[in-house]
Write a protein that binds this ligand. Structure first.
Ligand code: SOE
Length: 392
């Protein structure tokens, strides 16, 4: 915590997996990084008072409320952090921005393009009054990913020809795994596509500094009926006697084109048995290539095609040097970071922008752009993989 800095009261909605990840980030950011404002974990909101209180005690929040609308009228809340399922993102974020609260909203920004547009409009209205917003695509804040973007921007791999993005998980491969909210269209919008495909689309556009202009897609639901959930914690859940229909995609595959001519392929699935959180991106350019895999998140592979061909080869860069993004605040070289650090970096960058009065990224407009890609993927899949343009 920076000495003499003023506070930033935070009210967070939701306290499951993402709520826990954000809580540890709010708690840690000012202890490792100099911040212009000290995050104050003021209020946690959850629907059930006892469960929310237990979560607040465990995660370090001072007060508990059961109605998110209470956050909007409190003087000790300057920022609302939305960690609830996608079906409530738009309502909460728009109301919070209109009430003059900064907003951090988990990804995907919304469940539909219309909701995302309403959120962007609210963000623009609020911005005129110095109120800021950000969508939580946390993987942008992996140091190796940020380095990949720098290398592309510096021209180290030349003109980009191919982008290969996959996000592979296996946590619902068991057909008896329950029908949790991430598998329900009315709560999550879509399945693997919105939950993890959104990340790899954002990452591909972030690293290349380019945007997708069109897609052709296939989606599939392999397990069409599952037990209704009885209890859940994080991604773990147990089922009860009832059963329900799965109405989201289990997997989405699509081809795409970038505005500067690169061709792309994407795969998002929770049925890649043995792959736990394999968010991978490979970019091939006219001068070299980059490859990243979150399961080895401290590393970036770089092939420099301008080197002597006799000794050129993919180089494994350990992205833990003090010169690498965010790394100087942590451990000595080689000591590595984990999943939770991506959220800390997100909070650090957000609080620094709030202090400086600058616009945080990714913005709600960036979130809308990803939503347009997801929407085009679903429309293409529904139309037998027909090519769908993505509006600018
Ligand atoms: C589940 O697939 C999940 O927790 C996603 O919801 C997160 O966004 C991703 O970071 C990890 O996997």
């Amino acid at each position: 915590m920076t000495q003499g800095s003023t506070g930033l009261g935070v009210g967070m909605v939701g306290h499951a997996f993402m709520g826990a990840a954000h809580s540890q980030a709010w708690r840690t950011a000012g202890r490792f990084f100099d911040l212009p404002l000290s995050p104050d974990m003021a209020v946690l909101c959850g629907r059930d008072a006892a469960t929310a209180q237990a979560a607040a005690d465990r995660l370090g929040w001072r007060h508990v409320v059961t109605d998110w609308k209470e956050l909007l009228t409190r003087d000790d809340v300057a920022l609302v952090d939305v960690c609830a399922p996608g079906d409530v993102h738009a309502e909460i974020a728009v109301a919070a921005l209109d009430a003059g609260k900064h907003v951090l909203c988990e990804k995907p920004l919304a469940n539909t393009v219309d909701e995302a547009r309403a959120m962007v409009a609210a963000a623009e209205r609020a911005r005129a009054n110095g109120v800021r917003s950000m969508v939580g695509f946390n993987y942008r804040r992996v140091p190796a990913v940020a380095l990949a973007r720098q290398l592309v921007a510096d021209g180290r791999i030349g003109e980009i020809r191919h982008v290969r993005g996959t996000y592979l998980q296996d946590w619902i491969v068991d057909p008896e795994f329950p029908l949790v909210w991430r598998l329900q269209a009315d709560r999550a919008g879509s399945g693997a596509l919105g939950d993890i495909g959104a990340h790899v689309v954002d990452l591909a556009q972030f690293v290349t500094g380019d945007r997708l202009t069109g897609v052709s897609a296939l989606t599939e639901t392999f397990v069409r009926e599952r037990p209704l959930p009885e209890a859940s914690r994080g991604l773990a859940a147990s089922g009860g006697p009832g059963r329900g229909r799965v109405d989201v995609d289990d997997a989405a595959l699509f081809l795409g084109r970038f505005s500067r001519g690169a061709l792309a392929s994407f795969e998002a699935t929770r049925f890649a048995t043995g792959r736990k959180n394999a968010l991978r991106l490979e970019v091939n350019g006219s001068l070299g290539s980059l490859a990243f895999d979150f399961e080895a998140m401290n590393e970036l592979s770089f092939f420099d095609g301008t080197e002597d061909a006799r000794t050129a080869g993919f180089r494994r860069i350990l992205v833990t040097e003090a010169d690498h993004p965010w790394a100087a605040a942590w451990w000595p070289p080689g000591h590595g970071l984990g999943y939770e650090h991506t959220f800390v970096h997100e909070i650090v960058d957000l609080v620094r922008d709030l202090g400086a009065g600058t616009d945080p990224v990714p913005s709600f407009a960036d979130g809308l752009q990803v939503q347009l890609v997801l929407d085009a993927v679903l429309r293409s899949a529904a139309a037998g993989s027909q090519w769908k343009e993505i509006e600018e």
